[in-house]
Design a protein around this ligand. Sequence first.
Ligand code: DX5
Ligand code: ZN
Length: 213
Amino acid sequence: MKLSPSLLSADFSRLLDEALSVEPLVDRFHWDVMDGHFVPNLTFGPPVVNALRSKLRIPFDIHLMIDHPEAYAPQFVTQPDDVILFHIETQPDPSRMFDIISECETRCGITLKPGTALEAIEPYLDRVSMVLVMSVEPGFGGQAFLPESLSRIRSLKKLIGTRDIEISIDGGINAETIGPVAQAGANIAVAGSAIFGMPDRTAAIQRLREACL
Ligand code: DX5
Ligand code: ZN
């Protein structure tokens, strides 16, 4: 199981130090870009994420919780193993979004809210290398894991079949929930409060890793 700490739960006044403090222990970084429209919260956008991109080595997952992701995706300065993830709910016809992200020369991911049927993304699985399953309503860290997400991961895994697509799970991941999501078939666990909300991040990450064994 790869770990992708969500910087949403980090101390924003020390964002780089916060990221560097866990970088050697984790696999990717998760950036929750919010616009106050698609979700009722505001965070950071391309200027902040781009400023940190050159200071960190591991890949970024850029989770766009915004309307009109097509207008903002090209503004991120990405590396080839970074992933730009957009919400299917924002795109009645996502084909333009796939083209825009491929022009960014980075990986393309798709994500969906807990109430959106998996069938909404099924036609597009050949165009993505990551699917992010939201296990809380998007917008805020620190919410409780929705247990029905486990069967969604299992169903998604069946839909993916032999395609080379990573399954990421986002929301309410902690030492209790990470084991079941790993067993259900997720490859990447996003964790905000379970890492940055803990005083000892090294111990917190170790607990998450051990819970997957
Ligand atoms: C929620 C975000 C999550 C959030 C997870 O809208 O997409 O990435 O940071 O936070 P925790 O791990 O605290 O549930
Ligand atoms: Zn997220």
